[in-house]
Write a new protein. Structure first.
Length: 280
């Protein structure tokens, strides 16, 4: 079975505070985009095996797709009767804030649910997904969603305004634990980016959305490379540009397809991990 695992971007990301369990409550508007990994699942004798086009991607329990497969097979009581081979064509950059690992895990859960004929109900699949990673429930649902809690509370969001996207990842990375520590140390109380994005989506106006998008992680990390890519996107005609997730990828929203494609082609010279894509 061949599957696509779509990347996500954060139109908004508000860090609401640290919880007693050490995790953080978040409020986000998340969006699936056409940039995707491709997976092939093949049922095998018991066990989970993994092969990837990118040799830097780990296998075993440190890999979200493998963890998702093992969890599904044990949860459904199938682990002693069958296994799966996962072949991954990796296209979504890692450590970018694009949810590549979560998307792969979600695709594996969807695929095994169909391939094995178990047909777990949606809520049970979402619960399994959360055990693999906080973004997996969103990746199982996809589209445009309001996301809360640590990622497990999903609500419908207004439909995405038609547009074209350019996503570009600089070579620098962001330490998520360090970004959370910086956010915890804020004294300004943060922003309500999510509220602003929801209101902008209701208007259907891309310029309003471009002005509303925002990310607390970006605000507390302030990476020069992120700021540079944002400037280049805006100079190329983007309605708005922001870092996604915990970074370090940056996205720009464009009304004009030609402008977006020209921008992506130009940025690739300096930042090879640059992609033209659309909402899905």
């Amino acid at each position: 079975m061949k599957l696509q695992a779509h990347a996500k971007i954060n139109l908004s990301l508000d860090i609401l505070g640290r919880r007693e369990d050490g995790y953080h409550d978040l409020s986000m508007v998340m969006l699936s985009v056409s940039l995707c990994d491709e997976l092939t699942l093949t049922l095998t004798p018991p066990g989970v095996s993994f092969a990837c086009s990118d040799p830097s991607v780990p296998d075993g329990e440190s890999n979200t797709a493998c963890r998702a497969a093992s969890l599904f097979l044990h949860h459904t009581g199938l682990a002693e009767r069958m296994g799966v081979r996962i072949t991954l064509d990796k296209r979504i950059p890692s450590q970018a804030g694009l949810g590549g690992g979560s998307a792969d895990a979600a695709a594996v859960l969807h695929g095994l649910n169909e391939l094995t004929g178990v047909a777990l109900p949606k809520e049970e699949l979402l619960s399994l997904g959360l055990r693999v990673g906080a973004d997996v429930p969103f990746c199982l649902e996809g589209g445009s969603r309001l996301v809360g809690g640590v990622g497990e509370i999903l609500s419908p969001a207004p439909p995405m305004i038609p547009c074209f996207l350019v996503i570009s990842k600089p070579p620098v990375g962001v330490s998520t634990p360090d970004a959370f520590r910086r956010a915890d140390a804020r004294t300004d109380g943060g922003h309500d980016y999510t509220g602003a994005v929801l209101r902008a989506l209701e208007t259907g106006d891309l310029a309003s959305l471009g002005a509303a998008i925002g990310n607390d992680f970006e605000d507390v990390t302030r990476l020069p490379e992120v700021e540079r890519i944002k400037s280049l996107l805006m100079e190329a005609g983007a309605a708005g540009a922001r870092m996604t997730g915990s970074g370090s990828a940056v996205f720009g929203l464009f009304a004009d397809e030609g402008a977006a494609r020209r921008c992506a082609d130009q940025l690739k010279h300096e930042y090879p991990q640059t992609f033209f894509c659309v909402p899905v």
